[in-house]
Design a protein around this ligand. Structure first.
Ligand code: NAD
Length: 507
């Protein structure tokens, strides 16, 4: 399968390693450390990957600084034209890219295809946006004056991404950044290097045709490289997606140099099921949100807050559904749950279950590590006596905690009683309850849904969350503004010089 993807993407191996094949003018190599990337599905070695040195990173940033001048001088719709070409190439390579996502991140085929589709959608969205980077005209308080604001390219952007959306999160950032006139220096997760090499390869070819090779560069490595990227003063914005722990470190580093950071961090998402909910709809939504991507989405459902009058019925139907889920090789048809990404993820799954039991939790289904090659675990439901401390942290695995409630106020209080604030949902047929959940005294999350699950957001809306999730917004709506600098302009077309606020200053 890997050979298929490599051939289609023209990622030719050089000897035993893939290094060198993806090297472009933007990255001529110094001495490198090599890692072997294993498949989470069966532990087999996929490829040897040369990591970038700090010198490589410097070269990437140098190239992006150089490209910035050319990129910002182009009209935005012309930049949109280039992004259209990138989108078309991604379309052409959709199957091969999805295969790499499956092999490296362990996503089932349908979800991997969906992730690549998200990149294509972002490209389409950005093409349209390139003609709509609009500023405001504001009424001036002075006669014969015009007040307006306009948006300019910001500069080269550092983009740090997580393993679980190895290509889509890059696209959320890069597609917007490129139409906004900003080159991108990408530091992907070292857990998914092949996906990022393939995407970079595709994008670099398009950009080279427009004499813009440095507008997208790639630096492969871990936290050390990420920290170096975050500290570089030539990058006015660092967009970082990953754990809250990583976000704290990046935010502090960027703040020290008074740069901007856009943070997309951990979630701990809750779903309230009210007595009037359509239970079959709720059951299906819960299943996808809690079990999809083996619980490794930032928006995965982790906390089910269910009215006590329907708790037994809903939970027993979920337990039954969990028992019939097929776990296995992510590229096999009919499999819904692939592997966790690595052994550390299995360990944290087991630790959370042990902690939950200690805190009074009862495991209703699942709870075990499947001992076969690969990092497979059983999707798990645990009934909790209350929202105890294990429920306050994000465990990146398919564990769903269930707690009961009597009054909606109590449900909202439980829902908001965690440090994270990414995605939330309510299932109800009661308009008052739905509106209460969406009101200013309702869900405190960046995403609040009614009668759909917590995960699987569309790109048209702004994506992101509050509290420890970091406050950033990416993808649709007006998220593009983070990638530009706003300029307020006052133009006097009269013959006098009136001052604002009525100030007199005449000799
Ligand atoms: P991670 O924090 O381990 O790594 C994310 C990225 O940050 C990687 O590229 C890593 O190399 C880099 N990194 C780690 N420490 C760093 C540091 N100190 N300085 C600079 N860079 C550093 O996260 P992960 O395990 O790859 O991904 C899972 C996490 O990401 C979960 O918490 C999940 O909720 C979160 N996530 C959030 C969103 C969102 O949009 N809110 C989307 C996807 C994933």
């Amino acid at each position: 399968l890997l050979e298929q993807a490599v051939a289609a993407l023209e990622l030719r191996p050089s000897g035993a390693s893939y290094s060198g094949s993806f090297a472009r003018d933007w990255m001529q190599h110094a001495r490198r450390e090599t890692i072997v990337k294993h498949s989470p599905a069966d532990d087999s070695p996929l490829a040897a990957i040369s990591l970038s040195s700090l010198d490589d990173l410097q070269q990437s940033i140098d190239a992006s600084v150089e490209a910035f001048d050319r990129l910002r001088s182009m009209p935005a719709p012309a930049r949109g034209g280039i992004v259209r070409e990138i989108g078309n190439q991604l379309r052409l390579h959709k199957e091969s890219l999805a295969l790499l996502v499956t092999l490296e991140a362990g996503k089932i085929t349908s979800e991997a295809r969906g992730e690549v589709q998200e990149m294509i959608d972002m490209a389409d969205y950005a093409v349209g946006l390139s003609r709509q980077l609009c500023g405001l005209t504001i009424a001036s308080e002075r006669p014969d004056h015009r007040l307006l604001e306009q948006w300019h390219p910001l500069g080269p952007i550092g983009v740090i991404t997580a393993f679980n959306f190895p290509v889509a999160v890059w696209a959320w950032n890069a597609m917007l950044a490129l139409v906004c006139g900003d080159p991108v220096v990408w530091k992907p997760s070292p857990i998914t290097p092949l996906c990022s090499i393939a995407v970079q390869q595709i994008v670099a070819k398009v950009l080279a045709q427009h004499d813009l090779a440095g507008a997208s560069t790639l630096a492969l490595g871990g936290a050390d490289l990420g920290m170096k990227l975050a500290s570089d003063e030539r990058l006015p914005l660092i967009s970082a997606t990953g754990s809250t722990e990583m976000g704290r470190s990046v935010a502090a580093t960027v703040a020290m140099r008074l740069g901007r950071s856009l943070l997309e961090l951990g979630g701990n998402n809750g779903l309230v099921v009210a007595p009037s909910a359509t239970l079959d709809l709720a059951r299906r939504a819960i299943l996808f949100a809690a079990v999809g991507t083996a619980g490794q989405r930032c928006t995965s459902l982790r906390r089910l807050i269910v009215h006590r009058s329907i708790e037994a019925e809903l939970v027993s139907s979920l337990v039954e559904a969990y028992r019939s889920i097929r776990i296995g090789n992510p590229w096999e048809e009919g499999v819904l749950v692939g592997p966790l990404v690595n052994q550390a993820a299995v360990d944290s799954y087991l630790q959370a279950i042990e902690d939950a039991r200690r805190e009074g939790g009862e495991v209703l289904v699942g709870g075990s590590h499947l001992h076969r090659p690969g990092n497979y675990v059983e999707p798990t439901i645990i009934r909790m006596p209350a929202q105890t401390s294990v429920m306050l942290r994000e465990t990146f695995a398919p564990i769903l905690y269930v707690v009961g409630y009597e009054e909606l106020e109590e449900a909202i209080e439980i829902h908001n009683g965690v440090p994270q604030g990414l995605a939330s949902s309510i299932f109800t047929s009661d308009l008052r309850e739905a509106e209460r959940f969406l009101s200013s005294r309702g869900s405190d999350c960046g995403i609040a849904n009614v009668n759909i699950g917590t995960s699987g957001a569309e790109i048209g809306g702004a994506f992101g969350g509050e509290k420890e999730t970091g406050g950033g917004r990416e993808a649709g709506s007006d998220s593009w503004k983070a990638y530009m600098r706003r300029q307020t302009c006052t133009i006097n077309y009269g013959t006098t010089l009136p001052l604002a606020q009525g100030v007199e200053f005449d000799l």
